[in-house]
Design a binder for this molecule. Structure first.
Ligand SMILES: [Zn+2]
Length: 241
C-alpha cells in the first residue's frame, strides 16, 4: 500500500480517537452534578431547619416572659387581698388570681411542647449536618477522581496529537489540504471500499476505480462523495482456514 495512504488511514484513526476523548472529557463533570444537587438540597434543608429552631426559641422566650409577668401579677394581687375592705372586692381578686393561675398552667404546658419541638429540631439539625458533611466529603473525593481522569485523558490526547503531528510532517501539503478539505465537509476523509461500495456514501464504485483502489499505489477518491478510498474486504467464514 502507498505509504501516504497508510499514513492517512492512521491520521483519520487518530482524529477519531482525539474526538472521542475530547467528548469523554466534556462528560466527566456531569458525574458531579447529581452529588452537587444532593448537597444543595441538604444545605437548603439545614437552613430551613435552623430557621425553624430560631422561631421555636423566640416563641418559647415570649412564653417564659409572659409566665414571669403572670407570676408578678399574682404576687401583687395576693398582697392586695389583705388591703381590701369589702367581701365583693375580695371575691373579685380571688377570681382574678384563679384565672391567672389557669393561664399560667396553660402557658407552662405550651412551653413544654415548645421544648420538645426544640429538642427535635436540634436533633434533626445534627443529622442533616452529618449528612451535609458526608456529601461534601463524597463530592471532594469524586472531584479528585474526575480531576485525575481529566488529567489522564488530556495526557492521552497530547500523545495522540504528537503522533498526529509526526504524520502531518510526513505528508505532502497537497495531501494534507485534501484530507482537511474532505474532513471538513464530510466529517471523515478516509473510508473503506468493500464489495465495490464506498463505505462513506454507500454508492457503487465503477469497476475500473475499484481496481485502482485495490492496487493502492495512488490516492483514489470516491467519484460520488470525494472521500479517499482504501480497500478492505471482510473475510467470509467459509473462506477462512
Ligand atoms: Zn463515496
Amino acid at each position: 500500500m502507498l505509504e501516504e495512504l497508510r499514513l492517512l488511514i492512521r491520521l483519520q484513526t487518530l482524529d477519531e480517537l482525539i474526538k472521542a476523548k475530547e467528548k469523554d472529557k466534556k462528560l466527566i463533570p456531569e458525574n458531579l452534578k447529581e452529588i452537587e444537587k444532593n448537597l444543595q438540597a441538604s444545605q437548603n434543608k439545614l437552613k430551613s431547619e435552623k430557621e425553624r429552631l430560631k422561631q421555636l426559641e423566640l416563641k418559647r422566650r415570649e412564653k417564659e416572659k409572659y409566665l414571669e409577668e403572670l407570676a408578678e401579677k399574682i404576687t401583687e394581687r395576693k398582697a392586695k387581698l389583705f388591703k381590701v375592705k369589702t367581701n365583693e372586692e375580695y371575691a373579685a381578686l380571688l377570681r382574678e388570681i384563679e384565672k391567672m393561675k389557669e393561664e399560667t398552667s396553660k402557658t407552662e404546658d405550651e412551653v413544654i411542647i415548645l421544648l420538645d419541638e426544640t429538642e427535635e429540631a436540634q436533633k434533626s439539625i445534627k443529622e442533616i449536618e452529618k449528612q451535609v458533611k458526608e456529601i461534601e466529603e463524597l463530592l471532594k473525593k469524586k472531584e479528585k477522581e474526575c480531576e485525575e481522569l481529566l488529567n489522564k485523558i488530556s495526557q492521552e490526547i497530547e500523545e495522540l496529537k504528537k503522533e498526529r503531528d509526526n504524520i502531518l510532517e510526513k505528508l505532502s501539503d497537497d495531501v494534507k489540504r485534501l484530507y482537511e478539505k474532505i474532513k471538513n465537509t464530510r466529517g471523515n476523509a478516509v473510508v473503506r471500499a468493500t464489495n465495490q461500495t464506498c463505505m462513506g456514501c454507500f454508492m457503487e464504485i465503477p469497476p475500473q476505480t475499484f481496481l485502482e483502489v485495490k492496487k493502492a499505489d495512488k490516492i483514489i477518491q470516491c467519484p460520488f462523495c470525494g472521500r479517499i478510498l482504501f480497500f478492505w474486504e471482510e473475510k467470509k467464514e467459509d473462506e477462512e482456514g
